[in-house]
Ligand binder design. Structure first.
Ligand code: BG6
Length: 483
C-alpha cells in the first residue's frame, strides 16, 4: 500500500525574522522541498518580513543563495527552483512601529489560509502578535507559529502565553518543538498504538527501565552567548527530552487528535516526581587533544553551565511505578546519536539453567542518524557447539525499508505543513509547556543555590563518570554512545 501525501490548501505564510539563520537554513529549504514534492499548492505565497530595507527581488536572491548553500548547488537546476522563488514576497516591517504593516497587509489575501511564523526573539512575540491583530492582518482563522525557547522558566513562559493569548486563541497557536516533527518520533506513536504486539508489554511488569539519549557531537561554538544562559537543561531537557519521555510514557489517547494526544502527554508531566539531587548529574566538557573546552567555547572562564545532563526520572503512576526513565543529553560527545531504548526485564525463570541472560530484550527506537527500530532478541548461537544463547538485532532502517524520500523528510517540512492543515498534534500546548517548566524550575534553582561545579568530561567522550555511577548504583548501565 502506498501512503498518500495529504494535500494542504493554498496558503499565505508570513515569515517574521525572514533574513535570520533559522529561516534561511531550515524554513526556506523545508518549504522548497515541499514545493518540489508538489505539496505547496499553486497560488501559495511566502512573505518574508524583517527589518532590512530590501525589495522582494533582492530578498528572493537571498533565499536563492541560501537554497544553494543548504541544499546543494544543483538545486537551481531543478525546474521548480525559479517557480518557487517567484512565490516569495518581502515586506520590511518594524515590530515596534507602524512601518511596513500596510504593505504586509496588501500581500495577504482573503479566503487563503494565513500563517504567521515568528522566527524571532521571544521578547517580541507579544508585540508582533498584537500588531497582527490590531491591523486586521490576523483573522480568527489565522495561525501563529512560535519557535523555542518558549520562556526560561515558568514565569516567563506564562508571560509569553498571556501575550500570545491576548491576540490569538490557543487553537491558533503552534509552539514548535522540532523533535516532534522527526519521523521516528511519530513512528513511536504508530509503533505503540497501531500494533497489538507492544502495548501489552509497555509497563512496569515487563519493562525494566527506559533510556532516552540525545547525544550531540557538536559543541556550542558560535552560540555561546545564548547557550551559556540556558545550558542543556533548558536547551534540550525541558523540551526535546521531555517530549520524548511523554510520548514513550503516555497512555493511549482515545483518538489521534491534537487535544487527545496532548492531554495524555500533560498527564505524564504532571505525574513526574521531583528529581532528587543525587539522581541528577550535570557535566561540562573540558578540552581534549583535538578540541577546546566549553569554557573556551562559551568565552566565560567562570561558567558553571551544563553542557551535559543525565537524570533518573520517576513517572509516578500505575503503569510506570518502579520503572525509571534515565535521560541524558550533551554536547561534544563521541557521536551524534538520539534514541529511545526500552529495556525489557529478563524472563521470570530461565529454563537454560546454566546459562546467564546477560541482557534482556531491548527495543531501540533510533531518531538519528539512520532512523529506524531495532529489537534485540535472544536466540540460540548457531552451530553444533551446544545450547548457547546470543543476542541478535532484528533491525529495520526506515531509509532501506521504505525507499522513499518522504520517510526522511526534515522535521520542519512536516511541521509547517501541519500548521497549514490546522493540525496541532505535533505542537506543544500552552499548559504542557508550563507544566514542563514547573517540573524543571526546582532543578535549576537547586543548582543555582549550590556552589558545585559541573562534572568534567572530555570533549569527544561519553560524558562524565558520575553519569555512569547514576546507572551503576541501580545495577544498570547506559547503552554505549557510538562504538
Ligand atoms: C536545538 C538546540 O533545539 O536542538 C540545539 O537549541 C541542538 O542546541 C538542536 O543542537 C539539536 O537538534 P537536532 O535536530 O540536530 O538533534
Amino acid at each position: 500500500m502506498v501512503a498518500k501525501v495529504i494535500p494542504v490548501p493554498a496558503f499565505d505564510l508570513v515569515l517574521f525574522g525572514a533574513t535570520g539563520d533559522l529561516a534561511q537554513r531550515k524554513i526556506f529549504p523545508a518549504l522548497f522541498k515541499r514545493f518540489v514534492a508538489g505539496q505547496m499548492p499553486q497560488g501559495s505565497q511566502i512573505i518574508g518580513a524583517a527589518r532590512s530595507n530590501v525589495t522582494s527581488e533582492e530578498f528572493q536572491q537571498t533565499v536563492a543563495k541560501s537554497l544553494k548553500e543548504f541544499l546543494g548547488k544543483n538545486v537551481e537546476k531543478k525546474d521548480e527552483f525559479n517557480q518557487f522563488i517567484e512565490c516569495i514576497q518581502y515586506a520590511a516591517v518594524d515590530a515596534f512601529s507602524d512601518k511596513g504593516w500596510d504593505k504586509l497587509k496588501s500581500f495577504v489575501r482573503e479566503d487563503t489560509v494565513r500563517a504567521f511564523y515568528l522566527s524571532v526573539a521571544p521578547s517580541i512575540f507579544g508585540e508582533i502578535a498584537a500588531r497582527l491583530k490590531k491591523t486586521g492582518i490576523a483573522t480568527d482563522e489565522s495561525r501563529i507559529v512560535v519557535e523555542k525557547p518558549f520562556g526560561t522558566d515558568l514565569e516567563t513562559a506564562e508571560t509569553l502565553n498571556a501575550q500570545l493569548r491576548a491576540s490569538f486563541e490557543e487553537k491558533q497557536i503552534y509552539r514548535i518543538d522540532h523533535y516532534l516533527g522527526k519521523e521516528t518520533v511519530q513512528n513511536l506513536m504508530a509503533l505503540r498504538f497501531a500494533n497489538a504486539l507492544f502495548e501489552p508489554l509497555w509497563n512496569n511488569k515487563h519493562i525494566d527501565h527506559v533510556q532516552i539519549t540525545v547525544a550531540e557531537d557538536i559543541g556550542v561554538a558560535g552560540r555561546g552567548g545564548y547557550y551559556d544562559k540556558s545550558g542543556a537543561i533548558r536547551d534540550m531537557v525541558q523540551n526535546h527530552l521531555m517530549q520524548l519521555l511523554c510520548l514513550t510514557a503516555m497512555e493511549p489517547p482515545s483518538q489521534f487528535s491534537s487535544d487527545a494526544v496532548r492531554d495524555e502527554k500533560l498527564k505524564v508531566i504532571r505525574a513526574l516526581k521531583p528529581v532528587k539531587e543525587d539522581n541528577i548529574v550535570r557535566g561540562q566538557y573540558r578540552a581534549s587533544a583535538n578540541d577546546q573546552s566549553y569554557i573556551e567555547h562559551s568565552e566565560n572562564p567562570n561558567s558553571r553551565t551544563d553542557s551535559y545532563v543525565a537524570m533518573k526520572v520517576d513517572v509516578a503512576n500505575w503503569r510506570w511505578a518502579g520503572t525509571p526513565f534515565y535521560l541524558r543529553t550533551g554536547k561534544k560527545l563521541r557521536e551524534r546519536v538520539s534514541e529511545i531504548a526500552v529495556m525489557f526485564k529478563n524472563p521470570p525463570h530461565s529454563i537454560f539453567s546454566d546459562m546467564e541472560y546477560h541482557e534482556g530484550n531491548a527495543l531501540i527506537i533510533r531518531l538519528q542518524p539512520d532512523e529506524g527500530i531495532t529489537l534485540w532478541t535472544t536466540i540460540k548461537d548457531p552451530g553444533p557447539g551446544g545450547m548457547r544463547l546470543k543476542q541478535v538485532p532484528l533491525d529495520m532502517s526506515f531509509a532501506e525499508t521504505l525507499e522513499d524520500e518522504t520517510a526522511v523528510a526534515d522535521a520542519y517540512e512536516r511541521l509547517i505543513m501541519d500548521v497549514i492543515r490546522g493540525d496541532q498534534t505535533l505542537f506543544m500546548r500552552g499548559d504542557e509547556v508550563e507544566a514542563a517548566w514547573a517540573w524543571i524550575d526546582p532543578i535549576i534553582l537547586q543548582w543555582e543555590n549550590s556552589t558545585a561545579r559541573p562534572a568534567q568530561y572530555d570533549a569527544g567522550g561519553s560524558g562524565p563518570e558520575d553519569a555512569l555511577m547514576l546507572m551503576h548504583k541501580d545495577g544498570r548501565k547506559w547503552r554505549p554512545i557510538g562504538e
